[in-house]
Every structure is written in structure tokens, then in C-alpha cells.
Design a protein around this ligand. Structure first.
Ligand code: IDP
Ligand code: MG
Length: 132
């Protein structure tokens, strides 16, 4: 059983979508291991998105992710990273299929309501960063 890190971003938290996100993960068959509301510091956000530092939207991304509380979760299940990203949908909600979280609840890439780890290494890094 793998674990993955998932986070409802400030827009999803402010819109009251935490319950819907948790329900989708539970209904898919994931097991919730841990969860909490967190206000990220800029330092934490920059560390979390370190691999995107060279992107033109990096500052916008960090400003956004520290703009309000997030809901951080650890989910456990078979092929957790792949299955979680399938539930979440494509990065740009314009490309995300209906039935995925971004496809159903988001319209703009900069505020796409949810994050999910993209590899086992990043899941371990992100879980450590948020929960230890
Ligand atoms: P992912 O969240 O689907 O893994 P990443 O490439 O890791 O996508 O990008 C992290 C986040 O950066 C995305 O979820 C999205 O919110 C934001 N992002 C990606 N591309 C853009 C962009 O062109 N403008 C603004 N934000 C972006
Ligand atoms: Mg990513």
C-alpha cells in the first residue's frame, strides 16, 4: 500500500470543498491516514514547489498557496499516487475530464483547488514537510 500527499488549496478550502474532496477519496477506496488545516509560510510553500522555481508563474503560485488555509491529507491505497492523480484530473481544468475533481470544480489553472504528489519521492518529501 502506497501513501500519497493531497492538499485542498486555499481556493478549495474557501469555497467549502473539503468535504466533497474527502468523500471522493473515500468512495474511491482510499484510507485517510492523517489530515489537518494549515496556514503555509512562504518558506514552506517555496520548499513545496521548489521544482517549479524556474517557471514564470512561480511567484504567483507561492502568493496563491499562502493566501489562506489549506487542508493537508495523507491517503493510503493501491497505486496511491497514480490513482489520486486520476481522481484529481489534469493540471489545467480546461483539459480535466468531467468526473475528476478539477474537471467538476475548477475552471482556472492558477486556482485548480487541489494538489496531489506526482511521485513516491515527492510524496515522502511532502508528507515530511507537512506532518513532521
Ligand atoms: P500539478 O498540480 O497537476 O502536479 P504542476 O505542474 O506540479 O501541476 O504545477 C503545480 C501548480 O502550479 C498547478 O497545480 C497549478 O495550480 C500551477 N500552475 C501550473 N501552470 C500554471 C500556469 O501556467 N499559471 C499559473 N499557475 C500554474
Ligand atoms: Mg505537481
Amino acid at each position: 500500500m502506497d501513501k500519497t500527499f493531497v492538499m485542498v488549496k486555499p481556493d478549495g478550502y474557501a469555497r467549502g470543498l473539503v468535504g466533497k474532496v474527502v468523500t471522493r477519496f473515500e468512495e474511491k477506496g482510499f484510507r485517510l491516514v492523517d489530515a489537518k488545516v494549515v496556514q503555509l509560510t512562504r518558506e514552506h510553500a517555496e520548499h513545496h514547489y521548489e521544482h517549479l522555481r524556474a517557471k514564470a508563474f512561480f511567484d504567483e503560485l507561492v502568493d496563491f498557496i499562502v493566501s489562506g488555509p489549506v487542508f493537508a491529507m495523507i491517503w493510503e491505497g493501491k497505486d496511491a499516487i497514480k490513482n489520486a492523480r486520476a481522481l484529481i484530473g489534469a493540471t489545467n481544468p480546461s483539459d480535466a475530464l468531467a468526473g475528476t475533481i478539477r474537471g467538476d470544480f475548477a475552471i482556472d489553472v492558477a486556482s485548480n483547488i487541489i494538489h496531489g504528489s506526482d511521485s513516491i519521492e515527492n510524496a515522502e518529501k511532502e508528507i515530511k514537510l507537512f506532518f513532521q
